[in-house]
Design a protein around this ligand. Structure first.
Ligand code: AMP
Length: 369
């Protein structure tokens, strides 16, 4: 879907009657609750069988709830069908993307969605480590420190191998290696157990394991104000690693003889960083936004996150990037938006504020793709 076509769709919209739409999952409640605060109508596009959260529990009624309407489809990907897109166009829908754009769609399929999407739809694929340019390319060009990467035969320290799971390609089957021999042995075992596919392992990234305090900086780049805002900080909760780290070391050693550690997301913990580290986060964010403006025009629009760890030398090392709405509504519980706005502002609300400002300043075209 090219920008001209999207501009044409947007021109047909009644800007006084915009609906904010998203897929029913991931961060839809945050998006829609934020949108309601700024007087937008909301619609969740749901997949049959998993619509109750939106169509029932958080449905708007009696001054409660935030989902005005649910469009229930057989599959999320049916949103790409013309008949469904038309329904959303008629409601003047601006769409907000989340991680679901990968999990429930063919790679890059959402790029063809015939709706204005808040943010840069062309940039999202850079999250995928096997795309080029990908997040590592952009981080390097921005001169942001990332973990050192290794070829199997060069491994000389504790490394994490980032391979997708054989069954659910969007989930992670990470494992640790400390030498080439160790790598060969573990790969053979993982392939034999059907945990990862051999061809995927060839594409897997092997990177230095950063021994530091993990932290995700969740930012918002406002195109309207040309400013970066820190919306909140958090760390992840992942299964089963979160269970493993809560048992004594001798039990861990026993357990890991027959269980593998897995890193499947279950949620996040809002967690602050000491104030002297904020500038490191902002510095990296500024470099990242500037680089992407040049290298992936129009660059970042709205939410993005730099996820990494702080080393004992007080350095931020970034090992993952998110280029869309985060799935961690708890970041609102950290104090950073209150310092700016005098009250906590969620990422969903910040998006709604930007759309509202863009409408008022006739800049809507600059915040969508
Ligand atoms: P990712 O999906 O790449 O962000 O990684 C998932 C989890 O693996 C992170 O939340 C961290 O716990 C851990 N992790 C990933 N890469 C590294 C790294 N290079 N050093 C330390 N921990 C890492």
């Amino acid at each position: 879907m090219d920008k001209e076509k999207i501009t044409e769709i947007l021109q047909g919209y009644d800007k006084k009657d915009i609906t904010i739409g998203t897929l029913g999952g991931h961060s839809a409640l945050d998006i829609c609750s934020g949108a309601k605060k700024h007087n937008f109508r909301t619609i969740a596009v749901c997949q049959r069988g998993r619509e109750k959260t939106y169509a029932q529990h958080y449905k708007t009624r009696n001054k409660k709830g935030c989902i005005d309407e649910s469009l229930v489809l057989e599959r999320f990907s049916d949103i790409l069908k013309e008949e469904n897109t038309k329904i959303l166009q008629k409601k003047n829908t601006i769409f907000i993307e989340s991680r679901y754009a990968w999990v429930y769609f063919e790679r890059n399929a959402m790029e063809s969605l015939a709706l204005p999407i808040f943010g840069n739809r062309w940039l999202l694929k850079a999250e995928e480590r096997d795309e080029r340019p990908n997040q590592y390319d952009f981080l390097k060009r921005a001169n942001i420190r990332i973990p050192e990467h290794f070829k199997p035969e060069d491994i000389d320290r504790l490394c994490i191998v980032k391979a997708p799971e054989a069954e659910r390609g969007y989930e992670r089957a990470f494992f640790f290696v400390k030498s080439y021999e160790d790598y060969v042995e573990k790969v053979a075992m993982m392939v034999k157990n059907g945990k990862v596919k051999e061809e995927e392992l060839r594409k897997a990234v092997i990177e230095e394991y950063v021994l530091g305090a993990q932290i995700n900086f969740n930012f918002f780049y406002s195109v309207v104000n040309d400013e970066i805002e820190l919306m909140g900080t958090d760390t992840r909760r992942q299964t089963n690693i979160d269970g493993i780290i809560r048992i004594p070391a001798d039990e861990q050693i026993e357990l890991l003889k027959h269980e593998r550690a897995s890193y499947i997301e279950t949620g996040h913990i809002a967690c602050t960083v000491k104030e002297s580290l904020l500038e490191k986060g902002f510095d990296a964010a500024e470099k990242f936004v500037t680089t992407l403006k040049k290298e992936a025009s129009p660059g970042i629009i709205g939410p993005f996150a730099l996820q990494g760890a702080i080393t004992p030398e007080n350095e931020l090392v970034v090992f993952d990037v998110s280029l869309r709405m985060p799935g961690s509504p708890g970041i609102k519980a950290t104090p950073y938006t209150e310092y700016l706005y005098g009250k906590p502002v969620s990422m969903g609300e910040r998006i709604a504020m930007e759309i509202r400002d863009a409408i008022e300043q006739n800049m809507l075209e600059d915040v969508i793709s």
